[in-house]
Ligand binder design. Structure first.
Ligand SMILES: [Zn+2]
Ligand SMILES: [Zn+2]
Length: 396
């Protein structure tokens, strides 16, 4: 084995033992974030404890990022120049429900990797970033951060998510919400209905036309809607009615196509019913484009850690704002099996169990080992970058 390869493998053994040393601290932080659930954009306690520990080991903390108070970038320059690699984290909970998505594990795992890497920074080249991202569950924190340039000049990003399977590359779907508010004219529903304009009819026509559209869209398209306002009283012609749809597709182009069609449906429903419609578009979550070369490097480290991998690549019809990051920086999004699917009581229990917390430690090791691969020599970063440029150009 060449000398440099052996040195790199030795560093990986060292990084794993450093993370093991940090175990009690990381478990305490994971439990603290779990016990203090904070909804999107209000993750102040989580950010305070994470940045405190990062600053203590020498990271320079920048915040707010892109105007977001609960976003941060922790930066540590290594011994010599080289690539910039970012481990991302998220730490928001769901309002009124708590940590049902395991983001306390994502945050503490990335923190552990960053803290351990700080002890080897003198022997690596480049820059280590740990970027904290708010509001994944609602609000699209990473979408705002991408638009604000938070991921400019970065060569690769990594983030993991606890899940019911261990998969190296999860390809999530693009998603956008559309809210339609129809305005009509109130009238006595029994006495003078001819004087009214029924806003609820706009909503019903929209649902009917979307149901007709289902037959004529590709099979990856999802269109799921709810009525958020169906009128105020049955004996008054509704002057206001509203509905909200979530639209998903396997690609951002496919999503944009269906978003156009559904908007036209709502405009058509307004014309048909004599109502006026106001359309509000949510932030577009792009589909997740995983970098295959980066995935292969990560998979090699999972093998070294004896992690059972269920699949190298898997398609999910769920969505994440990490997709937007994957369009501007080469990225990989692995999941780690903790025995249950997110947003369930079983998952919540698993995420705070000894086994779930041990998986967080394991994931932190896999991230840190992969960062060593990227910062030890520039070669793999070159390959990752050229694959990314090809995929952005639509050639792969
Ligand atoms: Zn979630
Ligand atoms: Zn999640």
């Amino acid at each position: 084995m060449p000398q440099c390869i052996r040195e790199k493998e030795d560093m990986k053994i060292t990084i794993c033992s450093r993370i093991d040393h940090l175990k009690d601290t990381l478990l305490d932080i994971a439990r603290y974030i779990y016990d203090n659930p904070e909804p999107s954009f209000q993750e102040h306690r989580a950010v305070a404890i994470l940045t405190k520990h990062l600053a203590e080991v020498g990271f320079h903390i920048s915040r707010p990022i892109a105007g977001l108070e609960t976003a941060y970038a922790a930066r540590l320059d290594c011994g010599s120049e080289g690539p910039t690699v970012a481990m991302l984290s998220q730490y928001d909970a769901i309002e009124g429900v708590g940590h049902v998505c395991g983001h306390h594990l994502i945050a503490s795992g990335a923190l552990g990797a960053a803290m351990a890497l700080s002890t080897l920074a003198d022997e690596l080249c480049g820059t280590i970033l740990q970027i904290g991202c708010p509001a994944e569950e609602g609000g699209g924190g990473k979408v705002i951060m991408v638009d604000g340039g938070a991921f400019d000049d970065i060569d690769a990003t990594l983030m993991f998510h606890p899940y019911d399977r261990t998969v190296v590359m999860n390809t999530y779907h693009a998603q956008q919400s559309l809210e339609f508010t129809f305005h009509g004219k109130a009238a006595h529903a029994g006495g003078a209905p001819e004087e009214g304009i029924n806003a609820l009819d706009g909503v019903l026509s929209t649902f009917n036309a979307i149901n007709a559209l289902r037959e004529h869209v590709p099979s990856d398209i999802r269109m799921h809607g709810i009525v958020t306002n169906g009128g105020q009283a049955f004996n008054v012609v509704p002057e206001l009615a509203a509905c909200k749809f979530g639209l998903r597709a396997s690609t951002i182009d496919g999503l944009n196509d269906v978003v156009d069609k559904v908007q036209n449906i709502a405009k058509g429903a307004a014309l048909q019913t004599g109502t006026k419609v106001v359309i509000e578009k949510g932030a577009a979550y792009y589909n997740m484009v995983n970098n295959r070369r980066l995935g292969e490097i990560l998979q090699g480290n999972l093998e070294r850690l004896d992690v059972h991998v269920d699949a190298f690549e898997e398609e999910s019809t769920a969505s994440t704002d990490y997709g937007n990051v994957s369009y501007v920086v080469p990225s990989v999004y692995p999941t780690f099996d903790i025995g249950a699917f997110p947003h369930s009581e079983d998952f919540q229990r698993a995420s705070i169990s000894p086994e779930g917390l041990a998986t967080m430690i394991l994931a932190g090791k896999a991230l840190a080992m992969t960062v060593i691969d990227l910062l030890f020599d520039g070669e793999s970063v070159e390959a990752i970058g050229s694959e990314f440029r090809r995929s952005v150009a639509g050639e792969s």
